[in-house]
Write a protein that binds this ligand. Structure first.
Ligand code: URA
Length: 187
């Protein structure tokens, strides 16, 4: 079956696969370079993302943009940003497993079209669904894993860095490592 961007986006806009559709204002589909080398995956939309229908545009997103800029990267330029769930979990709670399971086919379809060489899991939810179901983010952050020729890196979610400044040093080391891997895969 051929997967197309417009078809996935249309399906997400009309999606009622889980309870998160009941309270959403807008789904946040994802954005960036459709042929990006690096795919960043967060958890799910927050208040501002739900209002605007865009990913990572609230305080955590602004921090992510600053971290990208510090590495010479930019959303939209060889970078795509998406989430595990496309609709906001009420009160910014974590998405439940059944909600993530219902939504992940959309992320898989995005992944299949982008064909990234690097996937950065931002936080424990993305880490759990894309990297290692049983791991703890504090233990595995910064540890690269290769799966089918694609490199996966878990790191802290930018919202966690806003809550706890002491995590910034490790997160920065992870972004340096990301930059090294990026240079390597770009050849
Ligand atoms: N947090 C996320 O995980 N994703 C967003 O899009 C915004 C905040």
């Amino acid at each position: 079956m051929e997967i197309r961007w417009d078809a996935i986006e249309r399906d997400v806009a009309a999606c009622q696969r889980c309870r998160l559709c009941e309270k959403r204002t807008h789904p946040a589909f994802g954005e960036g370079d459709p042929h990006a080398t690096i795919l960043f995956v967060g958890e799910g939309p927050g208040f501002e993302e739900d209002r605007q229908g865009r990913v990572f545009v609230g305080p955590a997103g602004q921090l992510l943009d600053r971290m990208l800029a510090a590495c010479g990267l930019k959303r939209g330029e060889d970078v795509y940003i998406a989430n595990v769930v496309k609709c906001r979990p009420p009160g910014n709670r974590n998405p439940q497993d059944d909600e993530a399971e219902q939504c992940l086919p959309y992320l898989r379809a995005q992944y299949a079209l982008i064909r990234p060489k690097i996937v950065v899991c931002l936080g424990a939810v993305a880490m759990k669904h894309l990297y290692d179901r049983d791991a703890r983010i504090t233990k595995v952050r910064g540890q690269w894993r290769e799966k089918g020729g694609v490199w996966f890196l878990p790191t802290y979610h930018p919202a966690a860095l806003l809550r706890d400044e002491s995590k910034k040093r490790d997160a920065w080391a992870d972004f340096q490592s990301l930059l090294e891997k990026y240079t390597e895969v770009k050849g």
